[in-house]
Ligand binder design. Structure first.
Ligand SMILES: [Zn+2]
Ligand SMILES: [Zn+2]
Length: 319
């Protein structure tokens, strides 16, 4: 596809620290703008039957939970499998400076969305105004993390010198046991509007096709190490700890709803997330609105913004 993406920062590291890194505290999105969420909106709770076959690692259960505002209620315990069940992942890094957009994924840095093709790789020094960028050798081969060790060394905040100036990509085979990493989350069965939106969350929700949605990729850390944490054309990538996860919505999956865009996820607060396509005007600061028949829901932000949902207007269960 012809966009530019970035890979997420993904990559995180080898331990819990990496989750933090990838999830986004290094990237501070611009303060949300727009209308404040209406305190009176309502929405149905998550419809578990909307998850695609194979997207759930185990049966969804219901249990007591406490929301961020202190209310006691019930939540669904949802475990997604950790890979999209309806489309393949990748490609991520372009192999050479002659590669076309088809051979690579995308990169997004909060300011723009780019195709990861050979031309993008050659233009990094100019794009980021730093002549230390050099992601390819004299034969035009792109420096790509070609082994698990390189992936784990580059997908972390403190990138070793030998892995700087690399395009970073992971593979399913390099995850623990060579298996997808499942993610479990508690989501309110009946969403409750919060007193104020929550932004900069590290974990935003789960998709109907089996993937976790993280907050912004830590682009500043990634670029500081002269790395590109490549995303595939669907806005996801691997890190060694979380496995495959999304940092942007590219409209690769979802259920078309009355010409309103595609419902593809549930946010942690229990509200549905739709693609940006078909979004109505008058969205609130988080990209949400309350529409007839659908109740309150979000529309994903443009991928260039390096996040799927700008903020969450509902209360979140203590996990
Ligand atoms: Zn990531
Ligand atoms: Zn809508």
């Amino acid at each position: 596809m012809k966009l530019a993406f970035l890979r997420c920062a993904i990559l995180a590291l080898g331990g819990a620290a990496s989750i933090t890194a990838c999830a986004g505290d290094a990237v501070t999105p611009a303060a949300p703008t727009g209308r404040a969420a209406s305190p009176g909106f309502t929405a149905p709770g998550p419809d578990i039957s909307s998850f695609l076959s194979g997207a759930l690692a185990r049966e969804v259960t219901t249990e007591p939970c406490t929301l961020s505002g202190g209310a006691a209620t019930t939540c669904y315990r949802i475990t997604v499998v950790g890979l999209p069940v309806d489309h393949p992942v990748g490609p991520f890094c372009p192999p050479t400076t002659s590669s076309t957009a088809v051979e690579g994924g995308i990169w997004f840095d909060g300011d723009g969305l780019y195709d990861l093709d050979g031309e993008f790789i050659e233009g990094l020094a100019l794009l980021y105004g730093d002549d230390n960028w050099l992601l390819y050798d004299e034969d035009g081969n792109v420096n790509v993390t070609a082994a698990r060790e390189a992936f784990e060394g580059a997908a972390r905040p403190d990138v070793a010198p030998e892995y700087q100036n690399h395009c970073v990509e992971g593979r399913l085979a390099w995850l623990p046991g060579g298996q997808p990493v499942a993610t479990t989350v508690l989501i309110p069965t009946s969403p409750v509007a919060a007193a104020a939106p929550t932004s900069n969350a590290r974990f935003l929700g789960v998709t109907l096709n089996g993937v976790r949605i993280d907050g912004s990729a830590p682009v500043r850390d990634i670029l500081r190490a002269y790395t590109i944490a490549a995303f595939d054309d669907c806005g996801g990538h691997f890190n060694p700890v979380e496995g495959y996860h999304l940092h942007a919505s590219m409209g690769c999956s979802g259920i078309e709803v009355d010409g309103h865009g595609r419902h593809f996820a549930y946010a942690l607060d229990g509200y549905a997330v739709f693609t940006a396509h078909g979004a109505a005007s008058g969205l609130d600061q988080c990209g949400g609105h309350d529409s007839d028949g659908l109740g309150y829901h979000y529309h994903a932000a443009p991928a260039a913004e390096n996040l799927v949902v700008r903020c969450l207007t509902g209360e979140i269960a203590k996990q």
